[in-house]
Design a protein. Structure first.
Length: 363
């Protein structure tokens, strides 16, 4: 499925509380409307000032005040009849307007809607590794082995090799479906597989797996972003690299083709980390013609900034030995600015009055 802006916008209008299975209809009302278990109904949410109405057919239902918020929305809902006769509605699709054309209903599962509404980033996944959650559940029987496997996924920065990084990226969980489609087996060290196993084991022991489920959503939301980029003939993926001896690094890769010249399109790498000793650091590397690097670094800590400037010549030598060339390396002792500020700075760079430090390696 191609997720258009109209579809994403329609999903964004669905109040998240409906995704949590809390939109209930009393038994008498459910019987009066003729709701049946498993039935798919067309539903409309309308906000009328201080009141929010649920419309099913010709019947209106007053919703609790805590369900206010958001715009009017149309969606398909699947009915679940509980033991007491009351009904729970779970969205099964949304209505997307097509200009002058009649609206089109797209069937979507609540899980898929959660993915579209899920904020980007890996904060939940980071909590799995750094919040002490795994330690807090380690006393439960039968969890020691799975916890050790998950913690064993962390990398060692001091001994990191290219093969270590490649293996971690392949087993992060972004490419699971692609691997299975090729009829290949997933690795026993696949992060998404291990987290899914942990969810099952926690559920069996009566432990709330919500934190782990949210971490899996982080991965699946990133998968969705990657899939959408491919629909636009682009390549983009992002992930989080956890380390035993450093903390974590957010990493993203993109290749955006311009015109028909896809082969020579530049690669862009972005890294971000926040460390007690080094402060907050951002690094952006644009690779052109596979060997030419244009690099920008932002560091909030002055000592880190000075070390980076001092180490440029050594970095250039190491990369040169690997067949790479640093065309320019800009280093700033500040936070990475937003997009608007970045546009202003790009103009200033051309005028050679940038407040940061620009290091032209060739010069």
């Amino acid at each position: 499925m191609i997720i258009t802006a109209d579809l994403a916008n329609a999903v964004s209008k669905v109040n998240p509380i409906f995704l949590e299975g809390t939109l209930k209809i009393a038994a008498a009302d459910a019987k009066m409307v003729g709701l049946r278990d498993g039935q798919i109904v067309q539903a409309v949410i309308e906000n009328r000032g201080d009141h929010t109405k649920l419309l099913i057919g010709n019947k209106e239902f007053e919703l609790p005040k805590n369900m206010h918020g958001g715009e009017n929305s149309k969606f398909q809902a699947k009915v679940t009849i509980l033991n007491n006769g009351s009904a729970v509605l779970n969205p099964a699709g949304v209505s997307v307007s097509g200009g002058n054309s009649p609206p089109i209903f797209f069937p979507l599962s609540p899980h898929f809607m959660n993915l579209l509404l899920h904020s980007s980033g890996f904060g939940n996944l980071l909590n799995i590794y750094s919040s002490g959650f795994l330690s807090s559940i380690s006393s439960h029987s039968g969890l020691t082995d799975i916890i050790a496997k998950i913690l064993g996924l962390r990398l060692n920065l001091s001994t990191l090799t290219a093969s270590d990084l490649k293996a971690f990226i392949l087993n992060f969980g972004l490419f699971n479906e692609s691997i299975l489609a090729k009829r290949q087996k997933l690795s026993t060290t696949n992060q998404k597989v291990l987290l899914s196993q942990l969810v099952r084991m926690l559920t069996e022991r009566g432990i709330d797996p919500q934190l782990v489920n949210r971490a899996i959503l982080d991965i699946e939301a990133s998968q969705l972003e990657t899939n959408q980029s491919l629909q636009n003939r682009e390549i983009f993926f992002s992930l989080m690299l956890p380390f035993k001896d450093f903390g974590s690094i957010d990493f993203s890769f993109s290749k955006i083709a311009s015109g028909n010249n896809e082969k020579d399109a530049p690669y862009t790498f972005n890294l971000h980390t926040k460390n007690e000793k080094l402060g907050e650091i951002w690094l952006r590397v644009v690779v052109e013609k596979r060997i030419n690097l244009n690099m920008q670094m932002w560091a909030t800590d002055e000592q880190t900034y000075r070390k980076a400037k001092y180490g440029v010549s050594n970095l250039n030598r190491l990369l040169s030995d690997a067949g790479l060339n640093i065309a320019a390396f800009e280093i700033f002792n500040e936070e990475k600015p937003g997009e608007k500020e970045m546009e202003k700075e790009r103009k200033v760079v051309g005028e050679n009055i940038l407040s940061g430090s620009t290091v032209d390696v060739e010069a």
